[in-house]
Design a protein around this ligand. Structure first.
Ligand code: HEC
Ligand code: HEC
Length: 450
C-alpha cells in the first residue's frame, strides 16, 4: 500500500534537467573501467589457483557469459533459489562509493552458509552496481585457504562503437547482452586505482585478507532489510521501488527477491564465518542512531570519521539514512521510471553521484570543509598512498602521510599528476572516488610545491 502511494507521489513531480554526458560518451563518474590494465594478468589459468572463480573461467573452451545472471549461475550462484543469499545496500564505502545510493544500490550475492565442513567447496560472493558492467567477486582458494578477489569486466554492444548512453548502463540492459568478459585477479590490479587489497587487506602485504562489512550488526542502517524490524532497512527498500519495478532484475536479483529477501544478517554471518568479524572501522548503527536521537550528534560516528580523515581507515558510512537529498532523489526516480516505462532511452537520467555535499564531505568523497592543502592531500590521496600499502609498487613513491620525507622530484610528479585534465586515466585523484574543487586542488598544489 505504502509502496504504491510512494510510487504515485514520485510520478507526479516534474522532471529535473538531464545531466549532460561528458565527451567520453559516459558521464562522470563512470570511470572505473578506465583503470583496468590493458590486458588481464599473464597466464591467470596457469597460476594453479584452486578456487571456484578460476575453475569456472579456466574451463576449456573458456565460457563467455552474456549476462550477469549467466555469470552468477556459472559460478554456482542463483539469487532467489535456496542456498544463494542476497543483500542490497543503499550506501557503500567501497570502490563504487559515488555510484551507490537508494536508487542505484549495490547488490551482493553469495552462498556458502553455513559452511559444509565435509566439503572443500568454499563460498563465492559477487557485487554489482549499475553504471559500468564490472562485477566484483571474492572466494577462497581451497588449497591455500587465502581469500582471492577478482574483477569481471564485461563489454556491451555499445562499447564496440563507443556509443554507450545512460540507458545502456543504468537500466536492466546493463546486465545482459554482453559481448565479452575479461577476468582480472587481485594481483593484476594491485598497482591500479581498482586495487582490492587496500581495503580487503587493510594492514598491508603479509597480513590477513578480510571480507568487509562495516555495518556488521543490527540496525543495518543502509541495507535493504525487509525481514528485520529495522525501519531504516524498510525505507531504503521503498526508495528503491520509486525508480524500479518488482518485475525487474537488479544486480542479477529478481525484484520480488529484492523486496522480500535482502538479508544483511546473512552477510554478517558470512563475514563472521570467514574470520572477518574484526572490521577495522565498524559502524555501530544502533549506537550511532541512539546518540543522534538523544543529543543531535554522535561522538561514536565523529571518532570514526576522524579516523578515516587521518588516512588510518577507509571512509565511515554516513550516519543518516539517506545519502541523497530526498526531493532531488524523488524527482530523478520519477524521471527514470517514466523514461523506462515509455521506452524513451535518451531521457534516462543519471542515477549516480546523487550524494549531498554534506555526505560527500563526511564520507571522504570530498575533503572536510576548509581543509588545508596538507589535509586535502591526506584525505584525497592517503587512502591509496601511505606506508601500510605495498611499498614495492611505483605508487609507493608518493606518500601522502609522509610529505616531509618526499624529494622535490616526487612532489613535482604528484603536482603534475594532479594538473592533468579530467578524464585522463593518469589524473590524480581518480574521479570515481574523489572530488576536489579548483580551490582545494590549488591549496593541495601549494602544499606540494611550497
Ligand atoms: C575502498 C575500499 C574497498 C575497495 C578498494 C574494495 N572493496 Fe570490496 N568492499 C568494501 C566494503 C566497505 C564492502 C562492504 C559493502 C559495501 O560497503 O559496499 C565490500 C564488499 C565486497 C564484496 C562483498 C563481500 C564482502 O566482503 O562483504 C565483494 C565481493 C568485494 N567487496 C569485492 C571487491 C573487489 C573484487 C575489489 C577490487 C576490485 C574490492 N572489493 C575493492 C570495500 C572495498
Ligand atoms: C584510489 C586510489 C588512489 C588515490 C585516491 C590516489 N592515487 Fe595516486 N596512484 C594510484 C595508483 C594505483 C597509482 C599507480 C598507477 C599509476 O601510476 O597511475 C598512482 C600513482 C600516482 C603517482 C605516480 C607515482 C610514481 O612515482 O610513479 C603519483 C605522483 C600520484 N599517484 C599522486 C596522487 C595524488 C597527489 C593523489 C591525491 C590528490 C592521489 N595520487 C590519489 C592510486 C591512487
Amino acid at each position: 500500500m505504502r509502496l504504491v502511494s510512494l510510487i504515485m507521489v514520485a510520478t507526479a513531480c516534474s522532471p529535473p534537467p538531464v545531466i549532460a554526458p561528458s565527451s567520453t560518451g559516459l558521464p562522470a563518474p563512470s570511470v572505473m573501467a578506465r583503470f583496468l590494465p590493458r590486458a588481464p594478468g599473464p597466464a591467470l589459468c596457469a597460476r594453479g589457483n584452486d578456487d571456484r572463480v578460476s575453475r569456472y573461467f579456466c574451463q576449456s573452451p573458456p565460457p563467455s557469459p552474456t549476462s550477469l545472471l549467466e555469470l552468477y549461475r556459472g559460478l554456482g550462484l542463483d539469487p532467489g533459489t535456496p542456498g544463494s543469499f542476497v543483500a542490497l545496500t543503499a550506501h557503500s564505502t567501497a570502490l563504487g562509493i559515488r555510484s551507490v545510493n537508494p536508487l542505484n544500490p549495490r547488490a551482493l550475492v553469495f552462498d556458502g552458509l553455513p559452511r559444509d565442513r565435509l566439503s572443500r567447496r568454499r563460498f563465492v560472493a559477487g557485487g554489482f552496481t549499475r553504471g559500468e558492467p564490472i562485477v566484483e567477486l571474492v572466494t577462497r582458494d581451497e588449497t591455500t585457504q587465502q581469500l582471492r578477489f577478482f574483477v569481471v569486466a564485461a563489454t556491451q554492444p555499445c562499447d564496440e562503437t563507443a556509443s554507450c548512453v545512460l540507458a545502456d548502463r543504468l537500466t536492466e540492459e546493463a546486465e545482459s547482452g554482453w559481448t565479452s568478459t575479461t577476468l582480472y585477479e587481485d594481483l593484476d590490479l594491485e598497482n591500479t586505482a581498482l586495487d582490492c587489497l587496500r581495503c580487503h587487506q587493510p594492514e598491508g602485504p603479509g597480513t590477513p585478507r578480510i571480507l568487509r562489512m562495516q555495518e556488521l550488526r543490527f540496525r543495518w542502517t543502509h541495507f535493504f532489510a525487509p525481514k528485520t524490524q529495522s525501519v531504516t532497512g524498510f525505507e531504503a527498500l521503498l526508495d528503491f521501488f520509486t525508480a524500479h519495478l518488482t518485475t525487474e532484475r537488479y544486480g542479477g536479483v529478481p525484484g520480488d527477491v529484492v523486496l522480500h529477501a535482502s538479508d544483511p544478517n546473512a552477510l554478517s554471518q558470512l563475514i563472521t564465518q570467514e574470520d572477518s568479524s574484526a572490521q577495522p572501522n565498524e559502524f555501530p548503527g544502533f549506537t550511532i542512531a541512539l546518540e543522534r536521537e538523544s543529543s543531535g550528534q554522535s561522538a561514536t560516528w565523529e571518532a570514526l570519521a576522524a579516523k578515516a580523515a587521518s588516512g588510518e581507515a577507509i571512509p565511515v558510512p554516513w550516519w543518516g539514512l539517506r545519502v541523497t537529498d530526498l526531493e532531488n532523489q524523488t524527482a530523478v526516480a520519477s524521471q527514470f521510471q517514466r523514461a523506462v516505462r515509455d521506452g524513451r532511452r535518451t531521457d534516462v537520467p543519471e542515477l549516480r553521484a546523487l550524494h549531498t555535499e554534506e555526505v560527500e564531505r563526511a564520507t571522504g568523497i570530498r575533503p572536510i570543509s576548509n581543509a588545508t592543502g596538507r589535509e586535502v592531500l591526506v584525505q584525497a590521496c592517503g587512502q591509496c598512498h601511505q606506508p601500510r600499502r605495498n611499498q614495492q609498487l611505483t605508487r609507493a613513491r608518493f606518500d601522502a602521510l609522509r610529505l616531509d620525507a618526499m624529494s622535490p622530484e616526487a612532489r613535482q610528479l604528484a603536482a603534475d599528476r594532479m594538473r592533468l585534465p579530467e578524464g585522463d586515466p593518469l589524473q590524480m585523484p581518480p574521479a570515481f572516488s574523489t572530488v576536489l574543487t579548483a580551490d582545494e586542488r590549488a591549496r593541495a598544489l601549494e602544499a606540494l610545491l611550497p
